[in-house]
Write a protein that binds this ligand. Structure first.
Ligand code: NCD
Length: 315
């Protein structure tokens, strides 16, 4: 898949996954995102980097943060943004996703942001896009959510100053989480010391990804961690009954003040959102001083600006 996203000159043509992207490229994307954040803080409202480009989002799954932050990011770079509502589109009349994309490309759209419930969709679509078009994966099934992985890495770097020596605990529905997968790819490439994956056995990966330790106990996973990432139960990707009860789940795997106190004293608490209060995270910590959840959201804009700028540079 990574071969589609890089051109023969090594330039980024699409962003489909973080798997296989080298530390230098990830760092360059984070540096660009930081530069955009700084210029935003200096009051720069818009830059002409994407002038003449037209972005369209195809969201086959619900989205709040990702969708809106892509639109804001595109506008800050002077792109045109087309509103497209899948639910009201000709896909309801049986048009395939490929034909929908080809239609939008013929209309002049050249920057596609795609979220789909099936893993691999972003890559299949990217393969068949006309020359000069770029596609960004905004989440494909359980597979990947590369801009989320980047914004999580950016948030960690801003708060912790780097990645070396960090212990990261990811707690929740690891098996169904494209966020966990993209976080693992980014954080290992960027050089964190340890990633602990924690959740009920039925929500853990069958094989622990290389470089990660599976830890069935949430208390032990969180103990001494510098970064705690809580994940939502991906019920839409589960067979019914995989999780017994939300109360039990919260008791065993929810992040509350008692559990978070086991982490390093200056640990940060992250969550990709949407949060389900009282299921995987308690309000007292979601809204508490260690939470960086809304910083993650803000960083989403700058990371998506960086990705689109790199894609534009690749052309
Ligand atoms: C995530 C996703 O869609 O994978 N949301 C997001 O983009 N921030 C996580 C989730 O839905 O639980």
């Amino acid at each position: 898949m990574s071969s589609i996203q890089l051109g023969s000159d090594g330039a980024l043509r699409h962003l489909l996954t973080l798997e296989g992207l080298a530390r230098e490229r990830l760092t360059a994307l984070l540096d660009t995102a930081d530069a955009f954040r700084e210029s935003h803080e200096r009051g720069v409202k818009a830059m002409p980097i994407l002038r003449g480009r037209t972005l369209v989002g195809l969201f086959f799954e619900p989205s709040t943060r990702t969708r809106v932050s892509f639109e804001i990011a595109a506008r800050k770079l002077s792109a045109d943004v087309v509103h497209f509502d899948i639910a009201q589109s000709s896909t309801r009349k049986g048009e395939s996703v490929h034909d929908t994309l080809a239609t939008l490309a013929a209309l002049g759209c050249d920057l596609f942001v795609v979220r789909h419930q099936t893993a691999g969709t972003a890559a299949h679509l990217a393969e068949r896009l006309p020359e000069g078009c770029a596609l960004i994966n905004a989440g494909d099934g359980e597979h990947a959510h590369p801009t989320q992985g980047l914004l999580d890495a950016l948030t960690i770097r801003q708060r912790k100053g780097g990645f070396a020596g960090l212990k990261v605990a990811i707690v929740g529905d690891i098996r169904h989480s494209r966020v966990a997968r993209s976080d693992v790819h980014a954080l290992l490439a960027l050089g964190v010391e340890e990633i602990r994956l924690c959740g009920p056995p039925q929500l853990l990966p069958e094989v622990a990804p290389a470089g990660c330790r599976v830890e069935p106990s949430a208390d032990r996973a969180v103990a001494g961690a510098d970064v705690v990432i809580a994940l939502r139960l991906q019920k839409e990707r589960m067979e019914a009954g995989l999780v017994p009860s939300e109360d039990e789940y919260f008791r065993d795997f929810g992040i509350d003040a008692r559990r978070l106190a086991l982490a390093a004293p200056d640990a940060i608490l992250m969550h990709p959102g949407p949060i389900n209060r009282g299921v995987e995270i308690a309000s007292e910590v979601a809204d508490g001083p260690q939470s960086v959840i809304l910083e993650q959201v803000r960083n989403g804009v700058f990371v998506r600006m960086a990705v689109m700028a790199h894609l534009a540079g690749a052309r």
